[in-house]
Design a protein around this ligand. Structure first.
Ligand SMILES: Nc1nc2c(ncn2[C@@H]2O[C@H](COP(=O)(O)OP(=O)(O)OP(=O)(O)O)[C@@H](O)[C@H]2O)c(=O)[nH]1
Length: 345
């Protein structure tokens, strides 16, 4: 795989612009004297393409909630990675959706605008594209292309993800040709396909293409090295001990939501409201204790979500506990209780 990756990469010749980062809120412990190299990377792409999984793999910590269902990420979150004097600040974003889709599927409003917000903060944009889906692998989502066109001065690179799911790698050259409008591996192909309203062919200004499996980690170190080499001298925006801008309370809620999405079918998990009722970090004992409630629309769903004898809830809780222990690097005692929005039927 690594040979294929290096063969298919081509060198980046344009100048990287260092943009002044715009933040809606100030970083907690910005250390203006601490000079190093910094790069802000917005990661965008279609829902479920593997954006959060990729960031987690690069930063070596499960900061961004990921699941097997679409729209696990509903707002922008930062994940930081330090290497010697370099700070990479990832901006994880929800999968691109149109306003119509947001309303139709009753998605949080934060989904709309999160990508634009991330692009305002970015020095470079990484587009994650799922090559395992044969219906969409040859075209970029038209909203992704619109976003890229709205910030043409920011360099962008293409990440072809889930290559582990392909039986043969031969079709990858065609995919690359199509997604880069023939810039790489072939003759130019027409830009927009007017017949397909949602998808267009590709984008011709990608500076690099990476082939990765975010899940298995194949090719991921190439992206890390590429970003480190593109960081520019600047004061650190976060101290080396900070690995996200998210509060622990929010990380816990997102981790629980993600596991409900993984374990439950169809629409059920999207209708569960997760709330953190209690949170305590005991520094002496180096331990976190928390209590979460998950409100289901009906009593019938409480039973269904809990599973026979509460077995499924126990399974979900133990997976959440393992993820949070890995995330915070300390033991996490968590209790999840189900409750119903309506009275028992
Ligand atoms: N086989 C395989 N699965 C992957 C890979 N990367 C991600 N996945 C899976 O794809 C699913 C979606 O991954 P996420 O990281 O949540 O995707 P996302 O783009 O952040 O999703 P949204 O929240 O909808 O924007 C999860 O089940 C991942 O395990 C990969 O390289 N190979």
């Amino acid at each position: 795989m690594s040979t294929l990756v290096s063969l298919l990469r081509f060198s980046y010749s344009k100048t990287h612009f260092l943009r002044v980062a715009f933040y809606s809120s100030q970083p907690k412990q910005a250390n203006k004297k601490n000079l190093g190299k910094v790069v802000h990377v917005a990661i965008i792409g279609a829902p479920n393409s593997g954006k959060s999984t990729l960031i987690n793999n690069i930063v070596e910590r499960k900061i961004c909630a990921a699941s097997n269902k679409v729209h696990t990420t509903t707002k922008m979150a930062r994940a930081m990675y330090f290497h010697n004097d370099t700070q990479i600040i990832f901006l994880d974003t929800p999968g691109v959706v149109t306003e119509k889709e947001q309303k139709k599927y009753k998605l949080p409003e934060s989904i709309i605008g999160a990508c634009h917000k991330s692009l305002r903060c970015a020095d470079v944009v990484g587009v994650v594209h799922d090559v395992s889906n044969r219906y969409t692998r040859d075209s970029l989502h038209i909203d992704v292309v619109s976003l890229l066109e709205s910030v043409e001065d920011i360099p962008s690179f293409l990440i072809l993800n889930k290559v582990d799911k392909l039986k043969t790698k031969t079709q990858l050259l065609t995919v690359i040709r199509n997604l880069t409008n023939g810039l790489i591996a072939g003759n130019p192909v027409p830009g927009v396909d007017p017949e397909k309203k949602k998808f267009c062919r590709g984008y011709s200004k990608f500076s690099d293409v990476f082939l990765v499996s975010a899940l298995k980690g194949d090719g991921v170190s190439d992206i890390r090295e590429y970003l480190i080499s593109n960081a520019k001298p600047a004061a650190f925006h976060y101290s080396p001990t900070e690995w996200t801008d998210q509060r622990p309370e929010a990380l816990i809620v997102e981790a629980v939501r993600a596991k409900f999405l993984d374990f439950l079918s169809q629409e059920i998990p999207y209708n569960i409201k997760v709330d953190l009722e209690y949170y305590e970090e005991n520094e002496e004992q180096n331990k976190i204790t928390c209590f979460v409630t998950a409100e289901c629309p009906t009593e019938r769903l409480v039973k269904l979500v809990g599973g026979a004898g509460g077995g499924r809830l126990q399974q979900i809780t133990s997976h959440v506990r393992a993820d949070l222990t890995e995330l915070f690097k300390k033991p996490v005692a968590i209790d999840i209780r189900l409750k119903s929005k309506t009275k028992p039927e």
